[in-house]
Design a protein around this ligand. Sequence first.
Ligand code: CP
Ligand code: NVA
Length: 305
Amino acid sequence: MLATDIGIQGSDLLTLHDLSAQAILDLLHLSAQLAQVQDAPLRGQTIGLLFRKPSTRTRVSFEVAALELGAHSIYMTEDQTQLSRGETIADTARVLSRYLQALVVRTGAHAELEQFAKAARVPVVNALTDRFHPCQVLADLKTIREAKGTLAGLEVAWVGDGNNMLQEWMVAAARLGINLRAACPAGYDPDPQVLALEAVAEHPPKILRSPLDAVQGADVVITDTWLSMGQRDSEVKRQAFEGFTVDEQMMAKADQDAIFLHCLPAHRGEEVTDAVIDGPQSLVFEEAENRLHVQKALLLAILGE
Ligand code: CP
Ligand code: NVA
């Protein structure tokens, strides 16, 4: 498959809602073909990585993806740029567009990412906002398809916070016909605005309160930290998440061939036990590796000639 056949050259990726089901499946297909790219297809291109929050996987996997495609990357934190002294997002995006061929942005409010995308003249890729995390969910999809051989019709259980990961999963599940059941404590449901997105409203997740109901017979069990970046720890929140730790008893309710995913970083002993994350059903490190493979496909599809 040619990267240009996917039809997203020059496009932004703020959430998987920006892509058709076919484009998502094509990206997964392309990512499987790119293990050894020989000929530096993005030679001469420079990709900016502007991160306003910490990162291990996203930053390194994008840098390595760029390198393996023959492109150069420049990593910038907020304090290394004039954003820290009040230069506007729009001016920053306009200036960076004069130097770079794409801008990968990690920020808090999704509206800030939209401001980058609006002002930039080059494609903007979401490296995580408080609302969405598309690159991570692409990697999750690749991991699941490799393990299960399929995506449509699978039963996926989410156990935890109604956060950026669940919200991106809601979009991906709706696009691809995956049945998503999410157990969230009362008060920690996903954002109604994401539930109202057309694709999600047509194929909505089941929102439940009981983790055991959510995982019953599931093909995939997913969780994430109870405390996303930028959120303050509180006793109230910890109490709300009592009973939401994914442990061996909970995994035993899922299908016997169920797999466990977590975007990482994990807070071991909180949302997941060591026995599950290090256990035979866990594919968390394959999932982390797949960040590199899907982002290579994405960069090539957006920037390839
Ligand atoms: N999963 C993920 O996005 O990890 P980082 O915060 O380390 O990039
Ligand atoms: N929900 C987490 C994901 C980290 C990759 C966060 O936003 O911190």
